[in-house]
Design a protein around this ligand. Structure first.
Ligand code: F6R
Length: 627
């Protein structure tokens, strides 16, 4: 979703902002803009669509007839041919994922107050913006865009005291909702003001200036250490310094956090798409995730062990997450119940928030998130903590909001995931869940001896077998895709863990290929949905889980009798189907990891054949920071 970058320093500002925005592109956006501070003015350039449009607009504004750029702005935009750096340069940039108002240039950030005093970019949602618009209109200020953000700029100008920090402290309490803000003031061209509530914001120092970003990925390669703003914090960034203040105006001392592992640049490394590259990285992501968790000869969660203290008292496990992270949680339930004997459930974080909370200190709440920034998951985590539950995060991004607030964290080691549709991070989540279940089973005395050895042995073999599965699936999934890509609907079936696999497979297919797909618990189809099956309807059936395969096969027959074209993923050679892909024999709890690979490839090839924008599907964002 929306991304923020800010820079105050001696280098030309626009190239740094554009590079930062490029690093934020993976989050998903539909318009972009930057603002550059100059003498007593702030100049904005915005464009609907991709960053290429913004670049073109910038070029035009610098070079075109009637260009309104001063020499200092020209330097900030293009760099100085003579090596002269603008001494007091600052700017902010934004990628917008539209919530309030269409993705037009007019609605794109940065937004500016009518008198031009305040210019800002914003992540989050101002929930009371209508009331604030009405207030402004009554007092003679008309908003010019459809956005919730514009009211912040207008209010700042309305209450301007000439001291932006003081003005912010006056305006921010009037805002309901969430915000990460980067603000330029017309009379202070080298300064960025920042504020944060509920949306992430980081500040960093480089050797030629200071930076602000909503996401650590945007700060690289300029700085690997960053300061994290907390809710209620304000910050003032100049070329030389970053100062932090609380809501009362008291200066705060913060310690920078150093990223313990390098977030590599987003590079396709010869692959046509990031998604394809990230699929290929799955064995490594799983290996790196499992390695520290199994290092001691048995499962051990390191600092996350804290969440399992007094494991005997844990009487319920609740997974919380959204989308694929929820699917990983569904798998976690099955594995934990089987290995650790604790009742487990997985709830959608967005739904959990409106439920009556019946959890307590004996409930282990596990929040699963790749980005660590999903707003619903973060809010659900806070709700679980407030109810007294012990909490544990399975998170891919160090320093993310959910990682910071989870208490205990198991980090998945998938590295930067750029494609909007998750692949390697999901596989790494499953790996973390397996290790966690094994450790919980060990601590509770339900998993030991031969059963433990067999499970650990299977986990050790997992990365290698995933590698083989990737290579073996390619051709067959392309064949399936050639048949399925022309269709408009598809169904996915499975029972138990296979149902979770089916849900994940259908999500992948619909999000990147735009084929309508639904996943059903195989026994449920005949309670209504089977009426939609007609001649040629593709039905992808996952038959990996011993004990339920025979029943799913009967369900396959039911849809086949109604004309469905059945495509079956299985590692049971006795399963027959019109199209069958045989996966490697594996531990009965791990089939879901293997099924994920061909299902991703199927979605990928369908999307490719349909000419879709695979890495950036329409309307989707990588990091869903609104509720
Ligand atoms: C699907 C997908 C999404 C995410 C969901 C949660 O391919 O990527 O469904 O799984 O938005 O995101 P995180 O894991 O960042 O909380």
């Amino acid at each position: 979703m929306c991304g923020i970058i800010g820079y105050a320093g001696t280098k030309p500002v626009a190239p740094i902002l554009l590079e930062g925005l490029e690093r934020l592109e993976y989050r998903g956006y539909d318009s972009a803009g930057i603002a550059l501070a100059a003498e007593n003015t702030v100049v904005r350039t915005r464009a609907a669509g991709r960053l290429a449009n913004l670049r073109a607009a910038l070029e035009k504004s610098v070079a075109g007839p009637g260009a309104n750029h001063s020499e200092s702005l020209r330097q900030q935009t293009r760099g100085s041919s003579g090596g002269l750096a603008a001494p007091q340069a600052a700017g902010v940039g934004h990628t917008r994922w539209a919530t309030h108002g269409a993705p037009t240039e007019q609605n794109a950030h940065p937004h500016q107050s009518n008198g031009g005093k305040y210019t800002l970019v914003h992540n989050g949602i101002i929930e009371n913006y209508q009331a604030l618009r009405t207030f402004l209109a009554k007092n003679g200020t008309e908003c010019r865009t459809e956005t919730d953000t514009e009211v912040i700029a207008q209010l700042l100008e309305f209450y301007d005291t000439g001291n932006p920090l003081e003005t912010l402290r006056r305006v921010l309490p009037q805002l309901e909702g969430s915000y990460a803000l980067a603000v330029l003031y017309y009379a202070q061209p080298g300064i960025i003001y920042a504020a944060k509530r509920k949306s992430p914001l980081l500040a960093a120092q480089s050797h030629h200036g200071t930076l602000l970003a909503s996401d650590a990925a945007a700060l690289l390669p300029l700085s690997r250490a960053h300061y994290r703003l907390e809710d209620g914090d304000l910050a003032v960034l100049t070329r030389h310094s970053i100062r932090f203040f609380d809501g009362e105006g008291q200066e705060q001392i913060k310690t920078p956090q150093v990223m313990s592992r390098h977030i590599s640049a987003a590079e396709k490394k010869g692959y046509e798409h990031f998604m394809r590259k990230e699929m290929a990285e799955q064995p490594e992501a799983v290996r790196l995730t499992l390695e520290p968790l199994l290092r001691q000869g048995g499962p051990h969660l390191g600092s996350a062990e804290e969440a399992l203290r007094g494991a005997d008292r844990i009487d319920r496990v609740l997974f919380l997450g959204c989308g694929s992270a929820w699917h990983a949680g569904m798998c976690g339930c099955v594995v934990i119940e089987e290995l650790a004997g604790v009742p487990a459930a997985a709830a959608l974080a967005s739904e959990f928030r409106s439920q009556v909370v019946t959890i307590n200190q004996n409930t282990l709440v596990i929040v699963v998130s790749q980005s660590g920034e999903t707003a619903d998951t973060l809010m659900a985590l806070r709700q679980a903590k407030a109810a007294g539950a012990r909490t544990l995060g399975i998170i891919n991004v160090e320093g993310s909001s959910i990682a910071e607030e989870s208490g205990s964290v198991i980090f998945t080691r998938a590295g930067l995931e750029v494609a909007v549709a998750t692949t390697k991070a999901y596989s790494a989540q499953l790996a973390a869940v397996y290790a966690l279940a094994a450790r919980l089973g060990q601590l509770r005395g339900t998993l030991g001896g031969g059963k433990m050895r067999a499970f650990l042995h299977a986990l050790a073999a997992l990365p290698g077998l995933l590698e083989e599965t990737l290579a073996a699936s390619e051709e067959e999934m392309l064949r399936w895709a050639e048949e399925i890509a022309p269709k408009e609907h598809a169904y996915f079936l499975g029972r138990n863990l296979d149902w979770a696999a089916a849900l994940e497979g259908s999500l992948k297919l619909k999000e990147i290929s735009y084929i309508h797909a639904e996943a059903y618990a195989a026994g449920e189809l005949k309670h209504g949905t089977i009426s939609l099956i007609e001649q040629g309807t593709p039905v992808v059936s996952v038959c990996m889980r011993p004990g339920v395969v025979a029943k799913t096969m009967s369900n396959n027959e039911e849809v086949r009798a109604r004309g469905a074209a059945v495509y079956c993923l299985t590692n049971d050679p006795s399963v027959t189907a019109r199209r069958r892909f045989l996966l490697p024999a594996c531990h009965p709890l791990l089939g879901v990891s293997f099924a994920a690979v061909p299902l991703q490839l199927l979605a990928y090839h369908c999307a490719r054949l349909r000419g879709c924008d695979i890495d950036k599907p329409r309307s989707l964002a990588k990091s869903v920071t609104v509720e």
